[in-house]
Design a protein around this ligand. Structure first.
Ligand code: AMP
Length: 249
């Protein structure tokens, strides 16, 4: 079984986002970028499937600028076999990314796609669902665990207040939740080995995909600054303020 893992290079989750002065987006100059955390979990799951002898080949794909190659190398250092880099400097929206990933999945003969449930930069949470629809494959979203069961895949999903187990016919697509696994750190020997693993260079045009935007970002703003807190003398004053000033009780 060939497993395909799409990964996105995003602003590192530890970095505080700064909005550009013209409010057109987040300033990404000179800030640390990393693999989307949900995608690291997808990479880890694919590598585990290979270690268990279930996956025969693991392929990582990223759609993005030249530096997306670094993100692909990280996945290769974690243990994936080879990469596909679809280079573009455009910030593509989920439908365009999903159309490209569909063509990559078809070209690679992937039987399972494991990907993040959302990218933490724009929080669309849309690409997985769109890709499953374009491929006409079943989707196990927000997976908490997965296991192969003959020609099917059992996926335990996180739903409000509990867990739901679904059985998907293969080929299938799974999106990862945070509790699926704990991604490994790449060891130095594996980082060195990853430098020799192949990365195929492609462009959206190679797949004949129309990437014209259908969505326009009008404005990006910082969250409102929090007001400074105050100290109260006792519980009576606190209740009085909550009742008469904040109006919350
Ligand atoms: P989103 O729908 O943007 O929240 O992204 C959901 C998931 O789609 C991510 O966790 C990635 O697995 C995948 N994805 C989104 N954008 C890209 C991209 N440019 N290249 C590769 N995978 C992507």
């Amino acid at each position: 079984m060939k497993v395909l893992v799409p990964v996105k290079r995003v602003l590192d989750y530890n970095v505080k986002a700064r909005v550009k002065s013209d409010h057109s987006g987040v300033d990404l100059s000179n800030v640390k970028m990393s693999m989307n955390p949900f995608d690291e979990i997808a990479v880890e799951e694919a590598v585990r499937l290979q270690e268990a002898g279930t996956a025969t080949e693991t392929i990582v794909v990223s759609v993005g600028p030249a530096k997306a190659q670094e993100t692909i190398r990280t996945a290769l250092a974690m243990g994936m076999d080879r990469g596909v880099h679809v280079q573009t400097d455009e910030d593509l929206e989920p439908l365009a990314v999903a159309k490209i990933l569909k063509e990559v999945a078809a070209a690679e003969g992937a039987e399972l796609v494991v990907m993040g449930k959302q990218a933490i930069d724009n929080d669309y949470g849309a690409t997985g669902g769109m890709l499953a629809a374009l491929l006409d494959w079943p989707i196990g979203s927000a997976a908490n665990s997965l296991s192969l069961d003959g020609g099917a895949l059992n996926v335990v999903k996180e739903v409000d207040g509990g867990l739901q187990t679904v059985k998907l016919q293969m080929p299938a697509l799974v999106t990862t939740d945070l509790r699926l696994n704990e991604p490994r750190y790449a060891s130095l020997p594996n980082i060195m080995k990853a430098k020799r693993k192949p990365i195929e260079a492609k462009t959206p045009a190679d797949y004949g995909v129309d990437t014209a935007p259908r969505l326009k970002t009008l404005k990006v703003t910082e969250p409102a600054a929090r007001e400074a807190g105050i100290k109260v003398a006792d519980a009576a004053e606190l209740v009085n303020k909550l009742k008469n000033e904040a109006g919350v009780i």
